[in-house]
Every structure is written in C-alpha cells, then in structure tokens.
Design a protein around this ligand. Structure first.
Ligand SMILES: [Zn+2]
Length: 439
C-alpha cells in the first residue's frame, strides 16, 4: 500500500478549498504537484485554464487497444470547525484502521486509488490500457465551465470509456451507480414594504414578510407528500417495474437510516422505498430561511423582507426551466396579493438535469465481474440522489460508456468532520483498480 500512501500524504496537505477564493494559491500548488507527479512517470500533461479552477489532463499512451478516461476532482470542502476534528484536517492521520483527513474520500484519496494503481502498473510494466486522467478543481462548486470544457476538448478526451469513483458504497456491498438526480438552486425574496416597521406601532395591522413567506412555504407539500406545484411533475418518468424490483434488493433498515440521518422517521411518499424516493423521485428542499432579527436579545420590529433558498433535486426527464416556472407560479398563486416576491438568484447555468446510465456494454460488464470477484458479493445497482454534473455532460457531449463505481465506506463522513477511509475498504479498492487496468 506504500505506493498509495506515500504520495497521498503530500497531496492531502494542499488546502484545495474551491468554495473560498482565499485558497487559489493552494490550488496552484496542488496542480503543480500533480503535473510533476504525472510528468515524472512519463505522462504528457496539459493544465487547462479558463474553465473555473485549472483542469489537469494527463495522458499515457501505451499503444494499447483500449483507452480509459479516469475522472477525479482535487478540490475539497472546507474543513469546518477544526476543533471538532480528532486530528489536523489537512494532515493524513491513521488510527483504528482508518485514514483521516479532509479530502481522503471526497475526492482526492478516492481518485488517487486509480492514480496510484496506474502509476504502479506502469512501473511494473503491467498497464493494459492507454490512460487519460481528467482532474477538475471545481466539483464542490458545481463544476462551472465543465460542459464548455468537454465540448472544446472533445477530441483530446477521446476514450473508449470513463471510470468515475466519487461517492460511497452501501454497507460492504460493491455498488454500480446507474443514475443520478439533477440539481437546481434558487433564492426567492418576499417583501411587504420598503421599510422595517415598529411592532408596537403597526403590529397586527401591517403585513409581516416573515409571516407571509412561512404561509407560502407551509403549502410546499400536499397531504400525500407530493410537491404542491402545478407542472412540477411534468415529464417525470415513473420508476419502471425493473427499477422498483432492483431497489427492493438493496438492503435498507430503519435502524441504519436512523443511524446515518439522526432523524426519527422516514417520511417518504406512501409505499415508496428509500432508494426509489431518493434516487428516482424529485424533491424540493428548503435549505435556508432568513428574515428579521436573529442577533442577541430581541428587536420589536416587523420584517419587511424574507428570503428562502430552495434546492431542487430533479429526476429524468424533468426540465429545470419548466421547474423554475412552476416555482414562480407557486409563489404567484400562494402569496397574499398585498405582498411581492422576486427570484433574486437562480443558478440557471449551474443547474443540471438528471441522467440514467446505460450498463449494457463490455466496460460496465467487466467492472461488475471484477467487483464481484474482489468483494465476493453481488453488485448493487444504485440510483443516486446526488448529482455529479460531469456525468450528465459526459453522457450528452462525449457519449461514451460510464463506469461509476464508489470505492469507500458509507460511514466516511463525507463533507463532515473526521472524514475517513476505512483501510479494509481501501485495500479492496486498490485490488479492484489493479484488476481493471492491468494487462
Ligand atoms: Zn463533495
């Protein structure tokens, strides 16, 4: 495992936080580190700029028949409160059979499984394919520019298939990701006046923006737990018999749900299992509300404005533009006529539709065979609730088979404190990658 751990120790140290522009220099250092690593091992490297943070393209031509494109992202989430970590977030630490560090699974350490493997195979003259690594630095901010990059670099990215390892497994079952929900975000502001008012002078007589917003939001879902917006479900593909059957084979228990979520109830639509609800049904989530005074003590004011942030997870074949129209109509229909609203921000360019992955090809079949050999368990096919924007764009622009295989433990604390990689999972991941790319 040394060939993996030694360079990883260096890689982890770069604070490649893409959500904060203060870390641009760290990102440059990391890109430079990668460039040296690849060039030292005989790769032709191109650092592509002008599409968000630099993209690393590293090619190794082995005169093989097949070419694999391998994706990863080197940017990470902020560490959060360092005091809540049991070790320093940007230093690799090993304890209790786990590696700890920010980025150890999302995604530096996870994508490094394939990088270390390929470098090791080259060293031992055992690499069986041509390889192109595509490493981006803006995944955690929604991969802006990635669609343009894929379009502009289509030829240089030509490959027989792509391998993506980002995300987590289910228990200790090997997982093949066969679909991803889409995403869009928007911010709506409701206002009742051009000024904040005194609650003593006007309370009970003047409209209150907080009240008006909460009133609208209380109607977001109907009694059947469906999103209560005209047109929201237009185009939504009902899960097929086959998909429903598939999802029933994935182990689920309320105890595990409770353990992972910390919540007291699974509030899925009636009769809809957890994996179908989160993988194949759309949702609107309120992700933030802001209004009035929330500082120390109290203020006797009537807020004139209230803001809500909404995060929508889309399914195939929902159109983000139509969904946005539904949201506008929802506010028009439900907001009192004496209040106004506007969409103050929407990530029209960052929104990504859902995607389903074709598995009927030799590349996916080979990966399944190797996974079942390595893990000695049947592969679970998972419709994932989250979004990897690149996957949608690969499907539309490169149109090559995609092998999406997460290789880390489910309790890895992705995006949270004490992000970790269970070493027993790591060993199997290295074995899988080795068998996938070797001669
Ligand atoms: Zn992430």
């Amino acid at each position: 495992m040394d060939y993996y751990l030694k360079p990883l120790k260096e890689l982890i140290k770069f604070k490649t936080i893409s959500t904060d522009s203060d870390y641009k220099e760290e990102i440059e250092k990391c890109v430079n580190w990668y460039q040296n690593l690849f060039e030292d091992n005989g790769f032709v490297v191109e650092i592509v700029r002008g599409y968000s943070n630099p993209i690393i393209l590293a090619k190794y031509d082995n005169n093989s028949e097949q070419t694999a494109l391998i994706y990863g992202h080197y940017d990470v989430q902020p560490a959060g409160n360092e005091k809540d970590w049991d070790s320093i977030p940007f230093e690799l630490s090993e304890r209790d059979n786990r590696l700890y560090a920010r980025g150890i699974i999302d995604n530096k350490g996870q994508s490094f499984v394939h990088i270390a493997t390929v470098l090791n195979l080259i060293k031992n003259e055992q690499l069986g394919q041509n390889v192109t690594f595509l490493l981006e630095g803006g995944e955690e901010i929604g991969s802006p520019g990635v669609a343009n990059f894929l379009t502009d670099y289509k030829e240089k990215l030509s490959a027989d298939y792509i391998v993506i390892s980002d995300g987590t497994m289910i228990e200790d079952y090997p997982v093949l990701e066969v679909g991803l929900r889409g995403i869009m975000n928007l911010t709506v502001k409701v206002f009742t006046s051009d000024r904040e008012l005194h609650s003593g002078l006007f309370g009970g007589a003047a409209p209150n923006a907080s009240h008006e917003l909460v009133n609208v939001l209380s109607k977001l879902y109907d009694d059947n737990k469906l999103v209560n917006m005209n047109g929201f479900y237009t185009g939504v593909e009902e899960p097929t018999e086959q998909e429903l059957e598939n999802n029933k084979t994935i182990p689920y228990s309320f105890e595990e749900f409770h353990k992972l979520s910390g919540t007291k109830k699974n509030i899925s639509e009636d009769g809809v299992d957890f994996y179908t609800q989160t993988g194949l049904r759309p949702t609107v989530q309120i992700t933030g509300i802001e209004s009035g005074y929330n500082g120390e003590g109290y203020k006797s004011g009537i807020p004139n404005a209230a803001i809500v942030k909404l995060n929508i997870r889309l399914v195939a074949s929902q159109d983000p533009i139509k969904v946005k129209e539904s949201i506008v109509q929802f506010f028009s229909n439900n907001l009192a006529e004496y209040a106004d609203f506007e969409i103050v921000h929407s990530d029209d360019e960052g929104s990504v539709p859902a995607v389903k992955i074709d598995t009927d090809n030799e590349y996916v079949q080979k990966a399944i065979t190797i996974l079942e050999e390595v893990y000695q368990k049947k592969v679970l096919r998972k419709y994932v609730g989250g979004t990897i924007p690149l996957v949608y764009h690969i499907e539309k622009i490169l149109s090559i088979p995609q092998v999406i295989v997460p290789l880390v433990n489910p309790d890895s604390n992705m995006h949270s404190v004490n992000e970790n990689y269970d070493l027993s999972y790591l060993k199997k991941a290295l074995e899988f990658s080795n068998n996938l790319f070797k001669k």
